[in-house]
Design a binder for this molecule. Structure first.
Ligand code: SER
Length: 326
């Protein structure tokens, strides 16, 4: 009897997009917390090294395949991270819409049918547009996105709230700012420069930035982003007042400020500016975010400021370089 009770309480977590920038870190954190065998990593890629825990190749657009995995593995929670980001989305708008929307609908439907306990889905600052306030953009500010990525995130937020209201599904979401991490590269976003710059600074000593020097954007260091995700998912349901997606803030800075911060560690590092199409996307987003609802509802507070983040990034990239060299 005791064993049955234990099994019923056991969380079985499935993560889509597990090989991506967030997935790489979140899967590690979830495995540390819930045990390696209880966190199933999935992605569209073939992965051969599964020594850290179970991995399945999954195209999340295949709802039948998703439902089969969820049912056979007794999944209780899904973290649905697979998505096309802002810059890549503009290269193939309909493809990005199809992937971002249909995959979310598949996850929500499977979660409803299979009675899952919780779903996490990331939204983004990209839901905001040129009409939204530039500074301290609020939770309920106008969302008129200009990118297909932002449109898909804004629509996705409505779907999350709909599934919560209509079916009682416990789906939770964060509007991530640009995420900065050392383990995995960002891919196809507008904020990727803030990751690329570190790799180029360490490997080449210079960086050609595709945004103008004074383009201030909201960013968040990955350890904070992972902690925010785990804290939101652990928060008592009755404390949550937002069922679309929570504003989340960390650090706002410009490429020039980031370069100056890197220069303090690497005095020979140089940056140049060659704005491309991503500049228009960046210009359409707020420069800073007001996340006081997240602070109020579930106690959110970021830990890393700009200097801490830079120091930690360089420390880890230096360690990786030595590991690769050894
Ligand atoms: N980092 C994302 C992008 O640049 C924004 O959420 O597309």
């Amino acid at each position: 009897m005791q064993i049955i009770t234990f099994m019923n309480c056991q969380k079985m977590i499935l993560v889509t997009g597990a090989c991506g920038q967030i997935g790489t870190e979140l899967v590690k954190a979830l495995r540390d917390k819930h045990g390696n065998q209880n966190v199933i990593a999935t992605d569209i890629r073939d992965v051969t090294d599964t020594s850290d825990g179970p991995y399945f190749r999954l195209d999340v657009l295949d709802r039948g395949e998703l439902q089969k995995l969820v049912s056979e593995l007794n999944i209780t929670h899904i973290y649905h991270l697979a998505a096309v980001l802002s810059a890549n989305g503009e290269k193939n708008p309909i493809g990005a819409w199809d992937l971002n929307m249909q995959s979310l609908l598949n996850v929500l439907e499977v979660a409803r049918i299979e009675n899952l306990q919780q779903v996490f889905w990331p939204s983004s600052i990209a839901v905001f547009g040129p009409e939204s306030p530039k500074e301290l953009c609020g939770q309920y500010a106008l969302t008129e996105p200009t990118t297909v990525y932002g449109i898909s995130k804004a629509a996705g937020e409505h779907w999350c709230r709909y599934y919560h209201q209509q079916y009682g599904l416990d789906v939770r979401s964060l509007r991530y700012p640009g995420l900065i991490s050392h383990s995995a590269q960002a891919g196809g976003g507008t904020t990727d420069y803030a990751v690329d710059i570190f790799h180029q600074a360490v490997n080449k000593g210079s960086y050609a930035c595709y945004l103008k020097d004074d383009t201030r954007l909201p960013m968040l260091y990955m350890p904070d982003a992972v902690r925010a995700t785990l804290e939101l998912m652990d928060a008592p349901a009755e404390q949550l007042t937002i069922r679309s997606s929570y504003n989340l803030a960390g650090i706002s800075f410009t490429p020039e400020q980031l370069a100056i911060g890197i220069n303090a560690h690497l005095p020979d590092f140089t940056i140049s500016y060659q704005p491309d199409k991503r500049q228009a996307i960046a210009d359409s987003w707020p420069a800073s975010i007001d996340d006081k609802q997240a602070a109020k509802d579930w106690g959110w507070a970021p830990a890393y400021d700009l200097q801490d983040m830079i120091a930690d990034m360089l420390l880890h990239l230096d360690t990786h370089a030595h590991e690769n060299f050894a």
